[in-house]
Design a protein around this ligand. Structure first.
Ligand SMILES: [Zn+2]
Length: 372
């Protein structure tokens, strides 16, 4: 919503061990087998309390195998968005929440009742599927369904409370017992979520997608170009942009292999009109998605955003973290240009004279598959 740029601290977080295209896994037991209600099972953990259990509206599933200390792992790639201890988590005990940016939206996975001293990740850490984050235990308000106690803290019923939700706040373990403002629609069945994302696409290239950060205004007189480089050919299926703003403003996203004078329509590889969803008010951090079917060879490209209206209150949020990638790199230089105030992008923005690049980058993610 701000019309001037503010620059967030730049932090690179590169993780060369990340594997493009890996799928989601289950958080305890066998990572590739869904837990069931009875043991023995292929997973080795059983469901002792279901998702949205009658009356209490339990926001996740409880998974246990009768003992404390089992490894808890991240279900997929993401960044740690929250870590609280028993004293501050209101019943969740030691709890970790991880943000996952996916083609179908942003989701948060929650891992609660972790063992004291076991939590192995911190806020801001990038994690992959299978990254260990802690151990199963009884911290917080656990209840016994098995009669088992935890020798480490004398609590009943060691288990993992595991939830997947669409909102960034920790919320409640039972919607019927609290008034956090959350509703059942903020949550999804976490085991169904994993099953439907076993072969999920992950960003081939891009950045984190902050909710609050700096931003580049794309008011109708400004065009922003973010440079990126591919070292491997890719088939792009989705481009996500992280925007902020008001109302239902319309803008255009372009992919070109050139910017500046001399750029022609032959340099335009994608041109797509998009609409910022009407939120009824200002919002920081809204993912706007462009589906495509675009093959790109190794080379240097520009992702350009420009407005199609004469009055626009939109910004392209800046990023603090580049995601690990095996197919290329994101430049920390974004270019901007202005046309006459009040004009729209009918003047073919890619051919405009762009500024000397500013040393930061805008938030975007490119999904697809690498081509051999
Ligand atoms: Zn639970």
């Amino acid at each position: 919503m701000k019309l001037l740029l503010s620059i967030a601290p730049v932090l690179f977080l590169l993780n060369p061990s990340s594997v493009a295209g890996q799928g989601f896994v289950y958080p305890v037991g066998n990572p590739d087998q869904r837990p069931t209600h009875i043991l023995p099972s292929a997973n080795s953990y059983r469901i002792t309390r279901d998702f949205m259990e009658t009356n209490q509206l339990h926001t996740g599933v409880d998974l246990e195998n009768g003992v404390e200390g089992g490894q808890v792992r991240s279900i997929g790639p993401g960044s740690v968005s929250l870590r609280l201890d028993t004293a501050s988590s209101k019943g969740f005990g030691n709890v970790v929440m991880i943000r996952h940016d996916l083609p179908d939206g942003t989701f948060y996975s929650v891992y609660a009742h972790l063992q004291d001293g076991s939590v192995a990740v911190n806020i801001g850490d990038h994690v992959d599927a299978r990254t260990p984050i802690g151990s199963v235990d009884c911290t917080g308000h656990t209840e016994s369904t098995s009669g088992t106690t935890c020798p480490s803290n004398n609590g009943p019923g060691p288990h993992l409370h595991f939830a997947v939700k669409r909102t960034a706040i920790l919320g409640c373990a039972y919607l019927a017992r609290c008034n956090s403002g959350e509703v059942a629609a903020d949550y999804v069945n976490p085991l169904d979520f994993i099953e439907s994302h076993l072969s999920a696409a992950f960003p081939l290239l891009g950045t984190d997608m902050p909710s609050i950060s700096g931003e580049f205004a794309i008011a109708s007189y400004q065009f922003i170009a973010q440079q990126f480089t591919l070292t491997q050919a890719v088939q792009v299926t989705t481009i996500n942009l992280q925007m902020s703003g008001f109302g239902t403003d319309q803008f255009t996203v372009w992919v070109t292999n050139s910017i500046g004078p001399g750029t022609t329509l032959s340099n335009v590889l994608l041109q797509k009109n998009l609409t910022f969803p009407n939120t009824g008010g200002g919002i920081n951090g809204q993912t706007v998605s462009a589906a495509t079917n675009l093959s790109l060879n190794p080379g240097t490209y520009f992702l350009i955003v420009s407005a199609t209206q004469t009055l626009v209150t939109q910004g392209w949020i800046t990023s603090t973290t580049v995601l690990p990638s095996t197919v290329g790199s994101v430049s920390d230089q974004a270019f901007s240009t202005f046309s006459s105030r009040g004009s729209t992008n009918t003047l073919f923005p890619p051919a405009s004279i762009f500024s000397t690049p500013a040393e930061f980058r805008t938030a975007f993610q490119i999904f697809g598959v690498p081509l051999q």
